[in-house]
Design a protein around this ligand. Structure first.
Ligand SMILES: Nc1ncnc2c1ncn2[C@@H]1O[C@H](COP(=O)(O)OP(=O)(O)OP(=O)(O)O)[C@@H](O)[C@H]1O
Ligand SMILES: [Mg+2]
Length: 203
């Protein structure tokens, strides 16, 4: 996949399928010391590298530990022992191509966190893509889920929580065209404020 937004759409759809009622999508640009625990020993010295960290956190049905292991390593096992699917492995591949990786944490009945990290300036790091319209599509398709989108960098922070938006709206449904357009514009603004001048693709 060529864009992070498409990966996030896929990963968030897994959370929807797992019957999550609350899904957090986090995108962060952070320095090395905040993710150093995830890095292999030889990378722990890359102190001057910035990392783009993307996370989808849900409270869905979760996975058994054995299944969770297979899901991130599909090529190490036979197809008959797992569901056919490539959403997670493809994100892992994209992240590894950009000098990073993917971590999956899951607890049955509690939820799942998928975290992918990319070297910001790696030549093979795919761009964010259209995060705002991806988010709009997710809300439109699943309006009853409490969606939270968070951006942060050393420059600024942005949060949009659909539960908060719904409170303000009162009787107006969140899937109202004007509301969705407002959400899209607000998310676009958030990306500019948080990632403008931080990520090359955001002007
Ligand atoms: N957030 C999640 N909560 C619970 N189970 C999950 C979650 N994400 C993935 N899974 C399980 O892992 C499997 C593999 O996910 P993956 O996204 O790699 O492929 P898929 O969703 O089955 O197919 P594809 O994404 O290619 O359409 C899913 O079928 C599901 O059983
Ligand atoms: Mg999937």
């Amino acid at each position: 996949m060529k864009e992070i937004s498409l990966h996030l759409l896929d990963i968030a759809q897994n959370s929807v399928a797992a019957q999550a009622s609350r899904i957090v999508i986090k995108i962060e640009v952070t320095s090395w010391n905040n993710i150093r625990d995830l890095l292999p020993a030889e990378d722990k010295k890359s102190e001057d590298t910035y990392w783009l960290v993307c996370e989808v956190i849900d409270n869905g049905r979760g996975m058994d530990p054995d299944f969770a292991k297979q899901v991130t390593n599909p090529f190490a096992t036979t197809r008959t022992t797992r569901d056919v699917g490539l959403g997670i492995p493809l994100l892992k591949l994209s992240a590894e191509m950009a000098g990073g990786g993917l971590v999956l944490e899951s607890q049955p009945m509690k939820g799942t966190t998928v975290k992918a990290y990319f070297q910001v300036n790696n030549i093979d790091r795919i761009p964010l893509g259209d995060i705002a319209s991806t988010f709009k599509i997710l809300i439109l398709g699943n309006p009853d889920i409490n969606w939270i989108i968070e951006f942060s960098s050393f420059k600024d922070k942005f949060v949009l929580d659909t539960q908060e938006v719904k409170k303000e709206l009162g009787e107006i449904p969140i899937i109202n065209d004007d509301v969705l357009d407002w959400i899209e514009r607000t998310v676009c603004e958030g990306i500019k404020v948080v990632f403008g001048g931080v990520l090359d693709e955001v002007r």
